[in-house]
Write a protein that binds this ligand. Structure first.
Ligand code: PLP
Length: 379
């Protein structure tokens, strides 16, 4: 049997990793400034993470959600403490799309309505409702296309006012749009969304799948602003590579047995991974590091003549060049051994390193950029 060929692959196979470093099977070292798509939060193979997960596996790796699991309770408690959402409850699942799917489902259960308002260029995942709220017709199959979704332009207050009415179950927006190319909703836009959702009894959902877990210097990106969503979703950095995701749910939602469910969500290994991530983020002050290293990287990027604009916050950064960056990204990878990311905006280079990245590691990128951009003049 062959693999179903849906991923364009680089001819590189990492076989070992530590912190922000990767090694391929020939022993070549790489610097990882992409974190496998914002997933690596506390650093690859963090010793505490390895020890905790190995120990947990030696005890019990999995049992279904039909029995008590005190690790889940401990995780909910710690999530409340680190995020400040003490009075919210936590639903555990395994992927970002699944978290958003459940968020949309909760909005619909709660309101008895179907329609969702989403934002242009959004990415919310590939399952049924999540992909329907994703603004990319290429990945929406006819089966997914029957959901009632209206897209509005980011930061368009008038469009928001027209779209959110008594027919709407919920409004979903990313803390910072990642896949699109690092676009942050304005505080006015989010405040207006919250106000309209309240007025029309619709549900305000923040997708922090990529921007959460401390990446922007606060636990959630929206916490740089004065808003309080009804539902928040989190995945990627939450498990540092172990598939675990969650939905933060305001006390106004009433659960009933069977309302939501999943086989793998919140299993013992997943909880051990997520608990270790929270502990290491606190012990090593990684949100502070994300803030400091993010400011440093942004300052250096802004000073590059070919960089038109730098967007994002903390260690969720997009640098928009005045030319398409596909070749630059390849040179960074193959000639300088540095992993970076791309975005739907073809001129935007994406940086999503581990929250423990150092200044010396970031400097490697700036040295490489100096070499690569030496002979590139602005068009
Ligand atoms: N939401 C956002 C903002 C994302 O960036 C992603 C993935 O890139 C998802 C949802 C989907 O997450 P997953 O691939 O874990 O299903």
């Amino acid at each position: 049997m062959e693999l179903f060929d849906v991923y364009p692959l680089y001819p590189i196979e990492p076989v070992k990793a530590l912190g922000s470093k990767l090694w391929d099977k020939n022993g070549t070292e790489y610097l990882d400034l992409y974190g496998g798509h914002a997933v690596i939060s506390i650093g690859h193979s963090h010793p505490k993470y390895v020890e905790r997960l190995s120990g947990q596996l030696g005890q019990i790796g999995f049992y279904s959600n039909a029995v008590e699991n005190s690790l889940q309770k401990e995780l909910a408690l710690k999530m409340g403490q680190i995020s400040g959402y003490y009075d919210y409850s936590l639903f555990l699942c395994s992927t970002g799309a699944e978290a958003n799917e459940n968020a949309l489902k909760l909005a619909s259960f709660h309101t008895g309505r179907k329609k969702i308002v989403a934002v242009e260029n959004a990415f919310h995942g590939r399952t049924s409702g999540a992909v329907a709220t994703t603004h990319n017709p290429k990945i929406i199959a006819p089966f997914n296309a029957d959901h009632e979704v209206e897209f509005i332009a980011m930061n368009d207050l008038d469009a928001l006012e027209l779209a959110i009415d008594d027919e709407v179950a919920g409004f979903i927006v990313e803390g910072i749009q990642g896949v699109a190319g690092l676009y942050t909703p304005s505080e006015n836009f989010l405040k207006k969304a919250q106000e309209l959702c309240e007025a029309h009894e619709a549900v305000f959902i923040l997708d922090e799948v990529q921007s959460g877990a401390g990446r922007t210097g606060k636990f959630f990106a929206h916490q740089h602003m004065d808003i309080r969503p009804d539902i928040i979703t989190l995945a990627k950095g939450m498990g540092n590579g172990f598939p675990v995701a969650s939905v933060f749910i305001s006390p106004k939602f009433e659960p009933w047995h069977g309302m939501l469910g999943t086989t793998f969500g919140g299993n013992h290994l997943a909880c051990a991974a997520a608990l270790t991530v929270l502990e290491v983020i606190s012990e090593e002050q990684l949100m502070q590091n994300a803030k400091n290293m993010g400011s440093y990287a942004i300052e250096r990027l802004v000073a590059i003549p070919q960089v038109k604009e730098v967007r994002g916050k903390g260690l969720m950064i997009g640098a928009e060049f005045d030319f398409p960056i596909a070749d630059l990204r390849k040179s960074l990878l193959f000639d300088h051994k540095i992993f970076t990311g791309s975005a739907a905006n073809k001129n935007t280079l994406r940086l999503l390193p581990s929250l423990s990245v150092t200044m010396e590691e970031l400097d490697q990128l700036f040295e490489a950029l100096k070499v690569e951009l030496k002979n590139v003049t602005s068009p």
